[in-house]
Design a protein around this ligand. Structure first.
Ligand SMILES: *Cc1c(COP(=O)(O)O)cnc(C)c1O
Length: 423
């Protein structure tokens, strides 16, 4: 991959015709190290958030030796780019073929499930292997998350005891519980609450667990969604863990996806047309902008221009714009608002930030688009949970007020403003 010092250098050097994914491996490295230092347990990267080889390699080079995978292609990807890494197959519904191949060809022994039927599949597809780590996925309350991940998966509380007991009886290996509080979780205490729920389930079942896996959900920073400090999340998990009925050697695992990669990519798009407050770009909802279209997230943006006078970043009074992507589908619309200089025009470049998680990963080839080259850039991400950039993204004044409101609402009671104990 080619390296440019900044996105502006890329614009200056080659005025790209097609969208370019900007990779910031340093941001992945920083997030990985933060989790190593601050999370007292094993960190499994949830590969689906961004399966780019450079992400897997950077994580592995920075101490993340475990991966949460959901398919054989993800397993092969990790095996190719992080040889020797440990993997846990955390998708609660798998084909028998995938279970068997993961176990036999790739040495995967940890499997999640949320039904008796899937447990039976795992036991049968591994020929009753006795060295399995069986992880029961619990449904938990997802209040406070931008995306719930409990609707589709997780055994309900009243059925959890029977499943935990069945799993305990099925293996001489290890037993674990996992859950997912929902993606982009804005409330640190959601983890402690979910752990209390998990603890009640294991007490009711009368089993001891060897692993407590708190899943993903660790947030990143987006306009209008500035979460509390990441340290508040690990504090909540530590409190939750200390209150759980577990034995002394019970391991703590987490599966962050978004938090490890969100800051580490942005996309450089070109303005093909300006029609009033609508900008028609060469990337959209079938490319890297799924969340901008379907969850209506107003990602942060920067404007670059290259003309006969050279290339520059354009600043100036900001105005709200909305985006259309390049396909002919009218769903290919990102309402924003995206705040850009008033005089943005055809041929300008818009860098859309914070797309490292569920952005670049979502690219399709629909309508002949979606072919984005990746280059490395060395500037800071537009916002950071890990001190790489200000936590506040450039926003016009009334947006900033709204943002502060979100922060205040989402702070756990009585903790706002206190200095952090650990960093
Ligand atoms: C998607 C997913 C994750 C990662 O979630 P984030 O919100 O990106 O941290 C972790 N575990 C499982 C089982 C998932 O499906």
């Amino acid at each position: 991959m080619h390296t440019y010092h900044t996105p502006l250098d890329l614009v200056r050097d080659c005025s790209p015709e097609r969208p370019v994914a900007l990779a910031r491996p340093d941001a992945v490295a920083t997030a990985a190290r933060w989790f190593q230092v601050n999370f007292r347990g094993d960190v499994f990267y949830a590969v689906k958030a961004n399966p780019s080889p450079w992400v897997i390699e950077t994580l592995a080079a920075n101490g993340v030796a475990s991966f949460d995978v959901a398919s054989i292609p993800e397993i092969e990807l990790v095996a190719a780019h992080a040889p020797g890494a440990r993997m846990a197959f955390m998708h609660p519904v798998k084909s028998r073929h995938a279970i068997s191949k993961a176990y036999r060809d790739h040495g995967v022994t940890a499997f999640a499930f949320d039904t008796h039927e899937e447990l039976a599949k795992i036991l049968e597809a591994t020929d009753g292997a006795r060295d399995l780590t069986l992880i029961v996925r619990l449904a938990v309350n997802a209040a406070g998350a931008a995306y719930s991940l409990s609707g589709k998966f997780g055994v309900e509380t009243h059925e959890a005891s029977a499943l935990l007991l069945a799993a305990r009886r099925a293996t001489e290996g290890r037993l674990g519980v996992s859950f997912h509080v929902g993606s982009q979780c804005m409330r640190p205490t959601a983890f402690q609450a979910a752990m209390a729920q998990a603890s009640r389930a294991i007490v009711r079942a009368g089993v001891m667990v060897d692993i407590v896996d708190v899943g993903g959900g660790f947030p990143s920073v987006y306009p209008g969604m500035v979460p509390p400090d990441m340290a508040d999340y690990v504090d909540s998990i530590e409190r939750g863990f200390s209150e759980m009925m577990v034995h002394e050697d019970t391991e703590l695992w987490c599966e962050p996806g978004r938090a490890l990669v969100a800051e580490a990519s942005s996309i450089l798009t070109k303005v093909e047309l300006k029609k009033g407050d609508a900008l028609y770009l060469n990337d959209g909802s079938y490319g890297s902008l799924f969340d901008a279209a379907h969850a209506k997230w107003p990602f942060p943006v920067k404007l670059f221009r290259s003309d006969k006078d050279g290339a520059c970043e354009v600043e100036g009074p900001l105005k709200p714009f909305r985006f259309y992507g390049p396909t002919c589908d009218s769903l290919d619309h990102m309402p924003g608002p995206f705040w850009l200089p008033d005089d943005v025009r055809e041929g300008d470049y818009v860098e859309i930030g914070m797309l490292g998680a569920y952005g670049v990963a979502m690219n399709t080839r629909f309508n002949g688009f979606g072919d984005a080259e990746t280059v490395i850039v060395e500037d800071a991400p537009m916002a950071s949970m890990f001190g790489l950039a200000g936590r506040n993204i450039r926003l016009p004044r009334d947006e900033q007020q709204e943002e502060r409101k979100v922060v205040r609402l989402s702070r756990p009671k009585g903790r706002a403003g206190k200095s952090r104990r650990r960093r």
